[in-house]
Design a protein around this ligand. Structure first.
Ligand code: ES4
Ligand code: ZN
Length: 326
């Protein structure tokens, strides 16, 4: 069977990757040592054994604890560079990378250290790997809208270092409309807008991400299959869903990969893409996500071509770059 080889070698864009979720335990321990930060686990193996989640919140608790080792601009550079080298090996030509500034600024890390470290890695990826990498600033939805507005203000000196904004963290109980004003402001600033919706939350959150936040893509969006009207709209508008199969498996959104609805969504005409979300925590980078979801759902080379094409069409790269990559 040559399908895994096709999946590995086909060019692709990654549109849903949290850079803090790419921090591998080995690098986390190295940063803890050099920054003199205490971790709750005494070894890489013990930490990896704690990566056993039942839902989104059980993951987020460990993910935010892990991010506490990130302190200096060099730490952000090293983490992002490690991801970009790994993405290059998976034939990623374009990466739109989420980062969570509030996770760091609350600990006293300067906004400039976060953004300049990540940005420098993206620049080096362009010159040394030929990857086109851009940043998307995410607001934490378990915090207030005022805190999101303050974070946006604090990031504006680096406005040209990120292409858009997103919304992530604990979904249920924090609907998109909580962030209506900050997303409107981002629209005025010419920033692209995306939002996590319908990962664990209801289809209503996808409707409000589209109608209130004006989200151009929906991150996850797998709960849209519960709402036929919403499916029709997503298909008709070709609003991309950035689906993350191994994430959904590890966070128990689906009990098994064979039960994942990605194939149904794709065959219903939705602009589905495959992504890795938090690859250091969920057991695989982009190609592993492709290979495992194809094996579990019986998708074929035709599906592969469509998913790769969708990833470039849904990206925020300029039209010429998208055309070249397709
Ligand atoms: C996340 Cl899987 C997921 N969902 C929501 N927010 C997140 N932040 C990092 N990973
Ligand atoms: Zn995510």
């Amino acid at each position: 069977d040559r399908l895994p080889e096709l999946l590995r070698r086909m060019p692709k864009a990654e549109l849903h990757i949290h850079i803090e979720g790419s921090l591998e335990p080995e690098l986390m321990f190295e940063m803890a040592r050099r920054n003199d930060v205490k971790l709750a686990y005494s070894s890489v193996d013990e930490l990896r054994r704690a990566y056993d989640f039942n839902n989104l919140q059980s993951f987020l608790d460990i993910y935010y604890a892990g991010a506490s080792v990130l302190q200096t601009e060099q730490d952000f550079y090293d983490m992002c560079w490690a991801y970009l080298e790994r993405a290059h090996a998976d034939r990623v030509l374009r990466a739109e990378i989420f980062f969570d500034p509030q996770t760091h600024t609350v600990r006293g890390v300067p906004m400039g250290a976060v953004i300049e470290g990540l940005h420098r890695a993206c620049q080096d990826a362009q010159t040394q790997l030929g990857i086109d990498a851009e940043l998307i600033l995410c607001f934490l939805r378990h915090l207030s809208e005022q805190e999101a507005l303050d974070t946006l203000e604090e990031a504006l000196p680096w406005r040209d270092r990120f292409i858009g904004v997103g919304l992530d963290s604990s979904e249920v109980g924090h609907p998109p409309e909580k962030f209506a004003r900050v997303f409107a402001r981002c629209g005025e600033l010419g920033l692209h807008r995306v939002a996590h919706a319908g990962e664990e939350g209801p289809p209503a959150y996808i409707w409000s991400a589209l109608d209130v936040l004006k989200a151009e893509r929906i991150d996850h969006g797998v709960q849209s299959s519960k709402d036929a009207k919403l499916m029709q709209r997503l298909a008709q508008q070709r609003t991309a869903l950035t689906v993350c199969p191994l994430s959904n498996l590890k966070l128990c959104v689906f009990p098994q990969l064979a039960q994942h609805n990605i194939r149904q969504l794709l065959e219903a005409g939705l602009a589905v893409t495959v992504n890795s979300d938090d690859p250091a925590y969920f057991g695989g980078y982009l190609n592993t996500n492709f290979i495992e979801i194809f094996a579990a759902t019986g998708m074929d080379a035709g599906h592969a071509y469509q998913l790769a094409r969708n990833s470039f069409e849904a990206s925020f790269a300029d039209a010429a770059t998208r055309q070249r990559d397709i």
